[in-house]
Design a protein around this ligand. Structure first.
Ligand code: NIG
Ligand code: FE
Length: 399
């Protein structure tokens, strides 16, 4: 399908916003063939079918590079407990938290998990998301982790949104391994990685490095298993305390280190040196009423690319909207609207190791979001009132 989009302002995200007014974008066979000012349109594209966007703003399709959308049940009761003063860690140590979702998720079959995840994915697409990373991590047995990754991959047949899957068996220690985290790494995390990889279900490997989860040594063993399979790694690091997780991730050439509220200057330097993306997750900060913000100014000064994601999950970030995450990143962390949009486009693509998207440029995938807005900063400042007009995925316009 070949089409010329006209009557638009393009935010190409090349060299800042890379704004082009009175622009046109030629789409050919799922790719962007040309983008520029209408006045410069080459002869070859003049006769294409035209689709006028009425002066709207077009950005790259948004990329949510950190989500946990495959799960059953909900955690509304814990929300109330936290409002009465219980902390996320206290609830986790008492067997709630992630483990309460594990109980519900183990009991659900693959089709039910896919159906539940599809509802979340559909909500995400309605706010401009065209690529999403999906983690496992609520199964915590070999069979259940594989079940979650299969459920995630099945989404690709039900939605045009690109699905990237991340193995996160090292998310929590299930009750049957209580006090035996090393055994869990050897008997579940690594074997489930091998089993899922053998089925082609794994694009990357993640872990939760934290006092209530896994130690840096345990994470390193898992990362070595990932490297042996040629899989890239990423890490939930420095969310609740500083265990030097980001530096560990950087030593393993991680695509990203995520959360980072307690990141130290050493961690910042290690990430800068390795080119590891900092994935900022303001939804979890907001939900847990965290008070220590990630060191945005230090990351900026060190030139660490920053991505922004929803962290959509039933416990710490029950949120599907990337524009809302961008709003929170600006208001809570003083990221600029430009940084927030780079964080859900160019830098989010990099956090997933994807080089074919995240900007509007010839040769890249024709994944676009069309907004009822004049300027990209307008995407960040409304609270929960996103101005999405439509998405275009792989060159296909929404019906
Ligand atoms: O990214 N930090 C660990 N994992 C998730 C929370 C998952 C949950 O509470 O269910 C996160 O915040
Ligand atoms: Fe997470």
């Amino acid at each position: 399908m070949t089409i010329l989009l006209t009557g638009l302002t393009a935010a190409t995200m090349r060299g800042g916003y890379g704004l082009i007014h009175d622009a046109a974008i030629a789409l050919d066979d799922g790719r962007i063939a040309w983008v520029g000012a209408m006045a410069d349109l080459p002869e070859a594209y003049r006769l294409l079918d035209r689709h006028d966007l009425g002066g709207r703003l077009v950005t790259p399709g948004l990329i949510d590079c950190h989500t946990h959308i495959v799960f059953a049940g909900h955690r509304a009761a814990e929300f109330e407990m936290r409002l009465q003063g219980a902390s996320y860690e206290e609830i986790a140590r008492a067997g709630g938290g992630i483990l309460s979702t594990v109980t519900a998720t183990r009991a659900a079959d693959q089709a039910a998990l896919t159906a539940a995840a599809l509802r979340r994915l559909t909500a995400m697409r309605r706010t401009g998301t065209t690529t999403i990373e999906v983690k496992s991590g609520y199964g915590l047995t070999v069979a259940d982790e594989v079940k979650l990754l299969r459920a995630a991959r099945a989404l690709a047949g039900l939605s045009p949104v690109t699905i990237r899957t991340t193995h996160l068996a090292a998310h929590a220690i299930p009750p049957e391994f209580k006090g035996r985290a090393d055994d869990y790494i050897d008997q579940v995390a690594i074997p489930s990685l091998h089993a899922a990889h053998a089925e082609g279900l794994v694009d990357a490997v993640d872990a939760f490095c934290e006092g209530i989860a896994f130690s840096p040594d345990q994470v390193a063993r898992l990362f070595n298993a990932a490297s042996a399979l040629g899989l890239p790694v990423k890490l939930h690091a420095e969310q609740l305390s500083d265990l030097n997780g980001a530096a560990l991730a950087a030593r393993h050439n991680a695509l990203s280190a995520d959360h980072l509220e307690y990141l130290s200057p050493t961690g910042v330097a290690a990430m800068a040196k390795a080119g590891t993306v900092a994935v900022i997750l303001p939804g979890a900060f907001y939900t847990l009423r965290e008070t220590q913000a990630p060191p945005i100014a230090a990351l900026r000064a060190a030139g660490v690319p920053m991505a922004v994601a929803t962290d959509c999950n039933p416990g710490s970030s029950p949120m599907t909207s990337l524009p809302l995450a961008m709003n929170m990143a600006c208001t809570l962390f003083r990221m600029t609207p430009l940084e927030a949009l780079l964080g859900t486009t160019t830098h989010a693509a990099r956090a997933l190791g994807l080089t074919d998207r995240g900007q509007i440029a010839p040769g890249l995938r024709a994944d676009l979001a069309v907004w009822d807005a004049d300027h990209p900063a307008e995407l960040c400042y409304p609270i929960g009132a996103e101005a999405l007009s439509q998405t275009i995925i792989g060159g296909r316009l929404d019906a």
